[in-house]
Ligand binder design. Sequence first.
Ligand SMILES: Nc1ncnc2c1ncn2[C@@H]1O[C@H](COP(=O)(O)OP(=O)(O)OP(=O)(O)O)[C@@H](O)[C@H]1O
Ligand SMILES: N[C@@H](CCO)C(=O)O
Length: 292
Amino acid sequence: MLTVRAPASSANLGSGFDVFGIALGQPADVVRVERAPETTISVTGAGSRYIPEDPDKNTVGAVADALDAPAHIRIDKGVRPSSGLGSSAASAAAAAVALNELYDRGLSREELVPIAAEGEALVSGEAHSDNVAPSILGGFTIVTADGITRIDASLSLVACLPEINVSTRDARKVVPESASMDDIVETVGHAATLAVGMARDDPYLVGRGMDDGIVTPERAALIDGYDDVRDAALEAGATGVTVSGAGPTLLAVCRPEDQRAVAATMLETFDERGIDSRAYQTEVGQGAQLFR
Ligand SMILES: Nc1ncnc2c1ncn2[C@@H]1O[C@H](COP(=O)(O)OP(=O)(O)OP(=O)(O)O)[C@@H](O)[C@H]1O
Ligand SMILES: N[C@@H](CCO)C(=O)O
């Protein structure tokens, strides 16, 4: 039996819609695999009752198919589904790394990214890789049609997950079909600023570079309390706040010394609106880890 832990991830980071992603230090999914004549799946942990165990409907089933690697697959969910924290991607990433090893397929981590993205196609309708890439490779990733660029980054984060449901499939329906040249120019500037900030481990540049006036406002409207929680986090020292992935998680970047205050105020502000939430005080983390 092989065990792989694959971390949650935060895609988009505001200005990098469908392009930027980071691995988070926590939470994570743990996937265990054993060779079998046919794939079976069992799911326990966070939100497991909402996750299908049918291999045709679970992201890990799509990965097992793509690798032609049938197995008994046990998923222990640390990442709640429909969270904006790459829940479906974390399972797919872990399964890709585990099954590649179990069946000795010899694929590199980079080659496993499109395999894991088959799982994303199954649940969201599109094989976007901006969650599976950081979940497999770790660090900060830039996914384009030409390939993946990756760097390590050291950055303190707060990921605040409210008890609100937003599915990626629904959140993709509010993405505008076009944008003005002014908005595009502004977003390119922010994305470039963010990438430099990541390379320099600079929370101010990353925070400034997270601003986006094209997709984020539409997504934020699906999250009750977004503006208040964002304002409160910025007041408490966050250098930038945006929607994590398709939401409803809000991702805040901050200096390490402000992390606790930022987390506390985000929880409190959701609470004032009668919305339960939990906050992960975390950092940019490493990719999937294999245990024998
Ligand atoms: N192994 C899995 N783990 C989690 N969700 C899964 C899995 N397999 C299938 N699903 C389904 O995928 C959907 C959740 O995926 P979705 O992309 O909406 O959320 P997410 O991965 O948390 O978000 P995001 O991609 O925005 O970060 C749910 O409908 C869930 O039932
Ligand atoms: N880039 C994707 C990430 C969520 O899976 C989106 O925002 O729809």
